[in-house]
Ligand binder design. Structure first.
Ligand code: ASP
Length: 323
C-alpha cells in the first residue's frame, strides 16, 4: 500500500513539475550569433542590454515548455523575440547584402516527425522563422525562396512589412564599413534555438540576415536543413551560426547527429570536434548550440565569442557571450 502511494505521489509531482513521463524535463538553448564578440567590442553597458534580451528570449521559450508545450513552439517563441530585436542579425536589424538590401533566411525542424521547413532570400516577412514553420506545416515542400515564399506567407496570413522595417542604422553603418573594406567585419549574430520538451521531443530553429555584404541571391546555411538546422528525436537538435559556406559544405548540423548515432559520441564530443577541429582546420569560423534527447547541451564556438544561453527545468536561465 505504502509503495503504491509513493508511486502515485511521484507521478503527481512529476506532472506538477511539467516533466510528464520524460526524465530530464525540459531544456532550451539559444544563440544570438558567433563572431568577434569581446569585452573590448561589447561594452559593459551593451553587455547588460544583450543579457536582458537573451534572458527575455529564454523566458519566452521557457514559458511554453513549463506549461508542457511543444519544443517547436518554444524555439519559435525564443527566436521571435530575437528576430524583433535590432541587436541581432535576424528579422529587424538584419545585415545588408552587397546591394544594400536585407534578404532573410530561416528554417525549423521537428525532431519527432522529422518534418522541416525553410524560407530563403525573403525581404518582407516580419518573422521568417514563422514562415519556415508554415512551409513545414502547410505546404508540400521543405524550402521556399524569394517572391514565392513571400506570396505563400501572405496567403498564410503572416505579417508582411515594408523592407524598410528591417533597417537599423547600426546594420547600415556596418554595411558601409564593409563596403569600404570589402571584407567581413563586426558581424552581428544570427539567432537560433533548440529545445527538448517535457514529452521528450526535440526541435530546432534558426533565423538570419546572412553575411554582411553577401552577393544578391546568396543563400547560407541557416535555411538549409542538415547544414544550419537539424533535429531528430533519435539523437539531438542543432542550430548553427557562422560562415555559412563552411557549414553547408560540412553538413554541420546533421554531422553532429550522425556522429552521435554512428560513432557513439556524446553531443559535447561531436559538436566540439566539428567546430574546434574539423571547421577550424578549414578556416571555417562559427559555433553551434545543441541539446540531445537526454537534455545534455553543448555550445562550442571557435570565434572570440558567441551570444548564448540556456535554461533547464527548475533552474535559473544562464547567459554568456565571451569565452
Ligand atoms: N550562418 C549565417 C550565414 O552564413 C551567418 C551567421 O550565422 O552569422 O548566412
Amino acid at each position: 500500500m505504502r509503495a503504491l502511494f509513493s508511486v502515485i505521489f511521484l507521478l503527481i509531482s512529476m506532472f506538477l513539475n511539467g516533466q510528464g513521463l520524460h526524465g530530464p524535463g525540459y531544456v532550451l538553448v539559444i544563440h544570438g550569433g558567433a563572431g568577434n564578440i569581446t569585452p573590448a567590442r561589447v561594452t559593459p553597458e551593451k553587455q547588460v542590454i544583450y543579457e536582458a534580451k537573451l534572458k527575455e528570449a529564454l523566458a519566452a521559450g521557457q514559458k511554453v515548455l513549463a506549461n508542457g508545450g511543444a519544443a517547436m513552439d518554444a524555439v519559435i517563441a525564443a527566436v521571435q523575440i530575437m528576430e524583433d530585436c535590432p541587436l541581432f542579425n535576424s528579422g529587424k536589424g538584419a545585415v545588408f547584402n552587397a546591394e544594400g538590401k536585407n534578404e532573410l533566411d530561416a528554417s525549423v525542424m521537428d525532431g519527432r516527425s522529422g518534418k522541416a521547413g525553410a524560407v530563403a532570400g525573403v525581404t518582407i516577412i516580419r518573422s521568417p522563422v514563422e514562415a519556415a514553420r508554415r512551409v513545414m506545416d502547410s505546404s508540400q515542400h521543405v524550402m521556399l525562396s524569394g517572391k514565392g515564399a513571400e506570396a505563400f506567407a501572405g496567403e498564410q496570413g503572416l505579417e508582411l512589412v515594408d523592407p524598410s522595417y528591417f533597417y537599423t542604422d547600426e546594420s547600415w553603418q556596418e554595411y558601409l564599413k564593409v563596403k569600404e573594406r570589402l571584407e567581413q567585419e563586426g558581424r552581428k549574430g544570427t539567432v537560433g534555438a533548440v529545445a527538448l520538451d517535457s514529452h521528450g521531443n526535440l526541435a530546432a530553429a534558426t533565423s538570419t540576415g546572412g553575411m554582411t555584404f553577401k552577393k544578391y541571391g546568396r543563400i547560407g546555411d541557416s535555411p538549409v536543413i542538415g547544414a544550419g538546422t537539424y533535429a531528430s528525436n533519435e539523437s539531438c537538435a542543432v542550430s548553427c551560426t557562422g560562415h555559412g559556406e563552411y557549414f553547408i559544405r560540412n553538413s554541420v548540423a546533421y554531422d553532429v547527429s550522425v556522429r552521435m548515432l554512428y560513432l557513439g559520441e556524446t553531443v559535447e564530443q561531436a559538436a566540439a570536434y566539428i567546430i574546434n577541429e574539423k571547421l577550424k582546420s578549414q578556416g571555417g569560423t562559427g559555433g553551434l548550440i545543441a541539446v540531445d534527447k537526454n537534455g545534455n547541451i553543448s555550445m562550442p564556438f571557435n570565434t572570440p565569442g558567441m551570444f548564448r544561453g540556456f535554461v533547464k527545468h527548475g533552474a535559473e536561465p544562464q547567459v554568456f557571450m565571451f569565452r
